[in-house]
Design a protein around this ligand. Sequence first.
Ligand code: ADP
Length: 232
Amino acid sequence: DVSHELRTPLTVISGYLEMLGDADLNPGIRRAVKQMGEQGDRMKSLVNDLLHLSKLESNNAGTGSQWFEFQPLCAISIDQLKAYIPTSLTGEKLLGAEIHCDCISDIEVFGFADEMSSVLSNLITNAIKYGRKEGQAAQVNISIQNTHGGVEISVSDKGEGIASSHLAHLTERFYRVDESRESTVGGSGLGLAIVRHALEHHDAPLKIESTLGLGSRFSFIIPAERIRHKQN
Ligand code: ADP
């Protein structure tokens, strides 16, 4: 409820800040208005993520599933994120990412296409943001493969990795590994909580593997009962 109520005042404040951004202001005030606008955008994305998460949590039974084609969802997420350039903590634009996809294309999944889209875009965004070594573009590999018991989907990167003590906590709301270590501006801290809930609706637990200095791999197996192969 609070998130919902915050939406309107935030939209009004952001709208006026945008208007002020076009005005003829002295440089100090212009900088302040710009920063207020950026923080307003962060608050909006936080509120949207909170609303998204509470919607996922309230549909615990995951009712309303339908068959949908998986590969096009993945292609759309990749397409949207190809041009995504993260910002460093000091405000500079970083190098983008090289995204490689090794995917079987004939499967349909019984579940929720919009939830699966948000799983893919959260995991790919994280791989681009955190899966990089200093001064390099992130190298992201997405794979969709038949495996024992279903279809395995994974998003891997070759970044700095995550220490094993953090792995069990990553899907908790607002958990971040180490603010000072992150090289990029983070999101709401809710991304992986959203991923976990959305995957629960597909009976597909999230598995996180990581080796410090080598990178991380986020994967899940959609069980065979939820998969069918497209008929040509
Ligand atoms: P955020 O909004 O901070 O990105 P997430 O819930 O998506 O929130 O991720 C939680 C934390 O997990 C991140 O802040 C980051 O510390 C860590 N993390 C997520 N993905 C990766 C990755 N691919 N490599 C290294 N760390 C990661």
